[in-house]
Ligand binder design. Structure first.
Ligand code: SF4
Length: 393
């Protein structure tokens, strides 16, 4: 080895460009409401409305030009895809995987079909998961799989530090430990061992899938979660019956968006978690429409956006009053709208934010595997006061 360089100048840069182009071209599902965005605590229906309206106006090219991109995020998604493919492959080899199948040779498509193990063994069939869609609510997505002899949708999730920190940070705080040098770290192996229920956001998301499946006449009444721990590939399984009560408020909001799209009437910025300083707004591709400039609708409808307002990083200069319709600004993509779609294969379990309305469930996992201790801790003690106020579990 004559020289080792850490900068991506030879091959990695080309790979990143390739993956970027693929991600930017993948805009096929942007005209529907995604279950993954609906189950975020800070979901803004107005953002969903504006995104769909842009794409309906065939403005995808301009939307894409303003989209931000993270190779690391795409990399995480691909890891999730690989795990999905693994379990889908095993179920298909068993002749129990239900969904949409496409013959790679002659293009035949079989919807709502459980492929036999013999047919799968020919290598001619590609799995297209379980497409789910409701015209009435304009919600669309894909289940990872379904097993009809168990009346179950299958959801495969990978669990790691990022997922838990993003989705259940308060619960994760139970596992904060302090090293002798005063550093606080998470005992992630212990958290994994004590995870006795699916994450709340996953339950909400899959209840939306269950609702869509029911609308489409797919004979399932539960979801089976397969959780795989990223650190050591340990697995757990949970089975949860669908319960529409958990998502009725979200369905109502989706229905409202659909009606407003028909009337071209954007939802107001009502949720308390929105505002010029709110994280969801700072990351939103439609910030300018809502909060930038004296002519914004925010000010027109009387919201106080002036005091202490800080301009988010990288925003364009303030638009002159009357310089064009709000929608003509170039929006950036939100995290959820950057999510790869599943038309050509399984999507990853993009982390979603914590939900607050699902209580801890009484069941335990039906399978488990031990954790692995990370090295480097000399001596630990439970961090004092690590359970934050308002912890839900
Ligand atoms: S800027 Fe905020 S209020 Fe406006 S659409 Fe985006 S998230 Fe909603």
């Amino acid at each position: 080895v004559s020289e080792a360089k850490a900068s991506p100048t030879l091959l990695l840069k080309d790979i990143q460009k390739h993956v970027h182009a693929k991600a930017m071209a993948d805009d096929r599902d942007q005209k529907v409401i995604h279950p993954s965005e609906m189950c975020k605590d800070d979901w803004c229906p107005r953002q969903t409305f504006l995104r769909i309206r842009h794409y309906r106006q065939d403005d995808a090219e301009r939307l894409s030009s303003g989209r931000s991109y993270s190779f690391q995020l795409q990399n995480i998604f691909e890891e999730g895809h690989d795990v999905h493919r693994k379990y889908q492959g095993w179920l298909a080899e068993m002749g129990r995987l239900y969904g949409t199948w496409v013959d790679k040779v002659d293009g035949e498509i079989r919807h709502g079909h459980t492929l036999s193990a013999e047919d799968y063994a020919t290598g001619n069939w590609r799995y297209k998961e379980v497409p789910l869609f409701s015209e009435k609510f304009l919600i669309g997505g894909h289940g990872d799989g379904a097993v009809i002899d168990l009346s179950a949708l299958i959801e495969v999730k990978t669990i790691g530090m990022g997922t838990l920190r993003f989705e259940e940070p308060t619960w994760l705080n139970r596992f904060l430990v302090e090293t002798v040098d005063g550093t606080s770290i998470y005992d992630l192996d212990k958290a994994w061992k004590e995870l006795r229920r699916p994450l709340k956001s996953h339950i909400k998301q899959t209840n939306i899938y269950g609702f869509l499946a029911k609308e489409m006449g797919i004979p399932i009444d539960r979801v089976i979660f397969i959780y795989e721990y990223k650190a050591n590939q340990g697995v757990k399984e949970y089975s949860v019956k669908f319960n529409q009560d958990l998502i009725q408020d979200l369905l109502d909001k989706a229905y409202d968006i659909k009606k407003r799209l028909d009337n071209d009437s954007p939802p107001p910025r009502k949720p308390e978690h929105t505002g010029p300083e709110a994280r969801v707004c700072k990351e939103c591709p439609f910030y300018k429409e809502c909060w930038d400039g004296p002519q914004s609708e925010a000010e027109q409808d009387g919201r106080d956006v002036g005091a202490g307002r800080r301009k988010p990083k990288g925003r364009s200069p303030r638009r002159a009053p009357g310089a064009g319709r709000a929608d003509e600004a170039e929006p950036r993509a939100s995290r959820s709208s950057r999510r790869p779609h599943r038309s050509d294969g399984p999507a990853t379990d993009e982390p979603v934010q914590p939900t607050g309305s699902v209580d801890e469930l009484p069941w335990r996992s039906t399978g488990r595997s031990g954790g692995r201790r990370e090295g480097g801790k000399r001596r630990t003690r439970q961090a004092q006061g690590s359970r934050g106020a308002g912890e839900q579990d």
